[in-house]
Design a protein around this ligand. Structure first.
Ligand SMILES: [Ca+2]
Length: 98
């Protein structure tokens, strides 16, 4: 029974993924400038509605000192210039990152 269920899920998943196509990549802009990350990378960008206004905001990590830049979502895949994520008035840093 379990094997039949797993097979059905696998076949369904393969069928769904088979038709997926990605659009051409684009460079995101925030304000009038391209979104950039510091070397060595590992930015782990993600979308989250940080300010809870119903529009996704772009969060981009900076490996150097574990900071996170937040680009406020303006709607329609447009973002405002980035600001460092802050906690209690200071730039927030992820501990354990150099
Ligand atoms: Ca938002």
């Amino acid at each position: 029974m379990i094997y039949a269920l797993l097979s059905a899920v696998t076949l369904t998943t393969i069928g769904v993924c088979d038709g997926v196509q990605f659009e051409k990549p684009v460079r995101l802009k925030a304000g009038d400038e391209l979104v950039r990350v510091e070397s060595p990378g590992w930015a782990a960008p993600c979308l989250a509605d940080v300010d809870r206004d119903g529009k996704p905001d772009l969060l981009v990590g900076q490996f150097n000192k574990g900071k996170i830049r937040v680009y406020k979502g303006l709607g329609g895949q447009k973002f405002a210039a980035g600001e460092w994520l802050k906690a209690e008035g200071s730039v927030a840093e992820v501990p354990g990152v150099w």
